[in-house]
Write a protein that binds this ligand. Structure first.
Ligand SMILES: Nc1ncnc2c1ncn2[C@@H]1O[C@H](COP(=O)(O)OP(=O)(O)OP(=O)(O)O)[C@@H](O)[C@H]1O
Ligand SMILES: [Mg+2]
Length: 332
């Protein structure tokens, strides 16, 4: 099956303190219909910028993309004008942001915001759009859709606002949904409900989902594939079960080791923190960007960009270490 999204060798530069700074470097990944891809990595690794690049919403516009391609259903999105992109956004490609208050308009009711989207993209009358909006709110398990429709965003709790955002995002049955940390600000029970909704959308409508998260626990429950980003590069991509059980990149191992765990006796393990910091994109960058923090860095890692290694089963790692060597390190 042809992927719904194919990102190849994508590079993005944005103005930095020393001139243009490389924010994304040679990023490649793909997403099939009905698949959920978890995009993970520390803060500043470029997850949101990847989402913005796919949607052509980068600060500075299309000229920020310095190379590579973004194919959506076989159609190249880089180079599209703002007007051309508007025919995709909201309809074929929907996005959910971490903080829904930044996306919901505070001066309009939920009804107005939902019906506007449906009327524009689905060419429905106001009456039809209102019925569809109420149906969508029921789908995201809002008990009293009529009351919620009449509310302004500030009258709703964080979890309700996030559900409204999801309802808006799903109201035009998008083929691609990008959810940028949609549950980070929510408590665990609401988080579980939102995850369930995304799974439902994926199974019922075949929507392909990019789920951006810090939380490897959530990603392991939800996603069939995982892409691990580090400092604007793609460190590892592969089936979730393999990446989580047999990570090939020392950075993925370190991220997994940093997940808080309980021992069999119910006692919390000592937390592991990855030493050092993600490099500033404005600084000159050479070799593997993880090398200064990597327990296995060799001389070559500090001077040359690591090649992509295929570990089979569409599992790829960008690292000089041999597969066998990289798995026998001290981080467990
Ligand atoms: N408007 C901007 N101009 C220049 N650089 C930016 C801009 N916004 C973000 N950056 C830089 O781009 C890099 C990637 O940022 P991005 O927001 O994609 O990270 P992230 O992985 O989403 O992090 P987080 O988990 O904190 O959301 C960071 O180094 C950040 O400082
Ligand atoms: Mg982000």
């Amino acid at each position: 099956m042809e992927p719904i999204l194919q990102v190849s060798h994508l590079s993005v530069s944005l103005p930095g303190k020393n001139g243009p700074a490389p924010i994304l470097k040679d990023i490649s990944f793909s997403l099939k219909q009905g698949e959920i891809l978890g995009l993970v990595g520390e803060s500043g690794s470029g997850k949101s910028m990847t989402a913005f690049a796919v949607n052509q919403l980068l600060p500075g516009g299309g000229k920020s993309i310095t190379g590579g391609s973004v194919l959506f259903a076989g159609e190249e999105l880089t180079g599209k004008t703002e007007k051309q992109m508007q025919t995709f956004r909201g309809k074929d490609i929907a996005m959910i942001f971490q903080e829904p208050m930044t996306c919901l308009n505070p001066v309009f009711t939920v009804k107005r915001q939902m019906t506007d989207v449906i009327m524009i993209h689905e060419k429905r009358s106001r009456k039809e759009a209102e019925i569809q909006a109420a149906d969508m709110l029921k789908k995201v398990h809002i008990r009293d859709p009529e009351r919620t429709l009449s509310c302004y965003p500030y009258e709703l709790s964080g979890g309700m606002r996030q559900r409204v955002m999801i309802a808006i995002a799903l109201s035009c049955s998008p083929r691609l949904l990008i959810a940028d940390e949609p549950t980070t600000a929510l408590d665990v029970t609401v988080q579980a409900q939102i995850i369930f909704l995304l799974q439902e959308a994926c199974q019922e409508s075949g929507t392909g989902i990019i789920f951006i998260s810090h939380d490897l626990g959530v990603v392991s429950q939800l996603c069939s594939r995982i892409a691990v980003m580090y400092a604007g590069t793609m460190a590892e991509t592969g089936p979730a079960s393999e990446v989580l059980k047999a990570p090939g990149h020392p950075y993925t191992k370190a991220l997994l080791a940093a997940v808080p765990r309980f021992t069999s006796g119910g006692v919390r393990d000592r937390l592991y923190a990855i030493p050092g910091m993600v490099p500033d994109p404005s600084e000159i960058q050479r070799g593997c960007l993880f090398a200064p923090r990597c327990p296995h860095a060799m001389d070559i890692c500090r001077t040359e960009h690591p090649p992509i290694q295929n570990l089979g089963n569409q599992h790829q790692v960008s690292c000089f270490l041999e597969k066998g060597v990289s798995r026998g390190d001290g981080i467990s």
